[in-house]
Ligand binder design. Structure first.
Ligand code: FAD
Length: 468
């Protein structure tokens, strides 16, 4: 049997590419070394973290957010075992869903570690140590990413005291204290989970800001909100050592600008310093597939590596390490392999931080526009001036729209606030169609909704908002 396409890895990139290719009439095989499909995202990433973020938010809300609404409840009691079981059930439903979709689309799944033998040939090593070879016209590398450590620092993960995000979704007890190394999305999401459940969380971050790369206004306001929730921050701090000791583990850091070292200890230390492309054992060197200077598989504009018939998508290639970016690349590549014109618009990839309030962003930040020398207008609208937000006691945050000064075309949208991760998509759709701030501001929005703040921010960008 020869396949049209063999996909190595079944994360959001690989499984979506497989389904789309099968829908377009191609004969598809997938190879997965994990026991279940769905990759990092479904097994140990997006889905389990969101299950815990939601559950911990409900717990926190029951204890802190109800009285002001006239609901008197006794202090909620945490059943962590049940909360983790909810997470596991959610993961199972999702990974089983992928297995179902593979069957429905007649995709052959091979369990084992895939290695490229040469263009057109993949060997699959099963857990039983037996290898089999499968052949296909095209091979797709969708092997994703793995936890990155701290450059120059030896970190020994035991996933109990010194943990990665994988340990961070499975702690059996709420630690009294937690240090999070890395103030990016994963660190702040998981830090929020354990903070809401009772841990005293301290973030240590190399940069002068959390959420590096996000709009500066947004990052500043978001940090203030998290500080109000009880999270402490050490910014501009370079971690030089992580080791067991003290209450559990010790983290030593020094100011990036120079100065004395500081050592803090905590029951648990979460290392959330990012992820690196995963290409181990794939046989890329033997197959002659080139990597770039950051260890990512090098691809051209059509996801093709330097070896004909071998492609790559998702976290293992350049671009933001996000599930929906991997998915869109999977769809585009499947279309290309089926003879169509697949395309991903990298200028419109939303990113969301699923804390409370949420942070969501699409397109350019103010900082990026300044560097690019593009003249722009800013429209900002706070949720304090939004009726629905007041009714829900969700007035924290704002919407910010950035538009081209000359053409009014929307270049970026940034939201901090309840439901930001849902609201961002109207800005994304508008941008996909090249819409202007005036288009957005003149679009009738349901009342009363949080989304009216998006409309008002757009009105502010091209003329004046009504409610401010
Ligand atoms: P992966 O999902 O990493 O899948 C790769 C698969 O390939 C794995 O199953 C692996 O076992 C398999 N594999 C690797 N090598 C081989 C081999 N040789 N043979 C066979 N199989 C192999 N992104 C978001 O967009 N939203 C979120 O909310 C979000 N939350 C996250 C939370 C956490 C805690 C983490 C860690 C990540 C989160 N991400 C989130 C990032 C997201 O998980 C990744 O961007 C996404 O999973 C990348 O998809 P992928 O298909 O490229 O790779």
């Amino acid at each position: 049997m020869s396949y049209d396409v063999i996909i190595i890895g079944t994360g959001p990139g690989g499984y979506v590419a497989a389904i789309k290719a099968a829908q377009l009439g191609l004969k598809v095989a997938v190879v997965e070394k994990r026991a279940t499909f769905g990759g990092t995202c479904l097994n140990v990433g997006c889905i389990p973290s969101k299950a815990l973020l939601h559950a911990s938010e409900m717990f926190h809300h029951a204890g802190h957010g109800m009285e002001a609404l006239g609901i008197e409840v006794t202090a909620p009691k945490l059943n962590l075992e049940k909360m983790l079981a909810h997470k596991d059930t959610t993961v199972k439903a999702n990974v089983d869903g992928v297995a179902f979709l593979f069957k429905k689309n007649k995709i052959d799944a091979f369990q084992g570690t895939g290695k490229i033998v040469s263009a057109g040939k993949v060997s699959v090593m099963g857990d039983d140590g037996k290898a089999q070879e499968i052949e296909g016209k095209n091979i797709v590398i969708a092997t994703g990413s793995d936890v990155a450590g701290i450059p120059g620092v030896q970190v020994e993960f035991d996933e109990k005291v010194i943990i990665s995000s994988t340990g961070g979704i499975a702690l059996e007890k709420v630690p009294e204290t937690m240090i999070v190394v890395g103030g990016g999305v994963i660190g702040l999401e998981l830090g929020s989970v354990w903070s809401r459940l009772g841990a005293k969380v301290t973030v240590v971050e190399y940069l002068d800001t959390i959420l590096g790369g996000m709009d500066g206004d947004v990052a500043k306001q978001f940090q203030r909100m998290l500080a109000k929730q009880g999270i402490d921050f050490n910014l501009g701090a370079k971690v030089v050592g992580v080791e067991k000791g003290g209450k559990g583990a010790k983290v030593t850091f020094e100011p990036v600008k120079g100065g004395d070292k500081v050592t803090l200890d905590a029951e648990v230390v979460l290392i959330a310093t990012g992820r690196m492309p995963y290409t181990e054992g794939l046989g890329l060197e033997e197959a002659g597939v080139k990597l770039d200077n950051r260890g990512r598989v090098e691809i051209n504009g059509h996801f093709s590596t330097n070896v004909a018939g071998i492609y790559a998508i998702g976290d293992v290639v350049k671009g933001p390490m996000l599930a929906h970016k991997a998915e869109d690349e999977g769809v585009a590549l499947a279309e290309i392999l089926a003879g169509q014109a697949g395309h991903v618009n990298y200028d419109v990839i939303p990113s969301v931080v699923y804390t409370q309030p949420e942070v969501a962003s699409v397109g350019k930040t103010e900082e990026e526009l300044k560097v690019a020398g593009i003249a722009y207008k800013v429209g900002k609208f706070p949720f304090t001036a939004n009726g629905r937000a007041r009714a829900m006691l969700a007035t924290d945050g704002f919407v910010k729209i950035l538009s081209d000064k000359a053409t009014d075309r929307v270049l970026g949208g940034h939201i901090v606030g309840f439901g930001a991760g849902e609201m961002i998509h109207e800005i994304a759709v508008l941008m996909e169609f090249g819409g202007s701030a005036e288009d957005l501001g003149r679009t009738c929005h349901g009342h009363p909704t949080m989304s009216e703040a998006v409309k008002e921010a757009a009105l502010a960008a091209f003329f004046k908002p009504i409610h401010m």
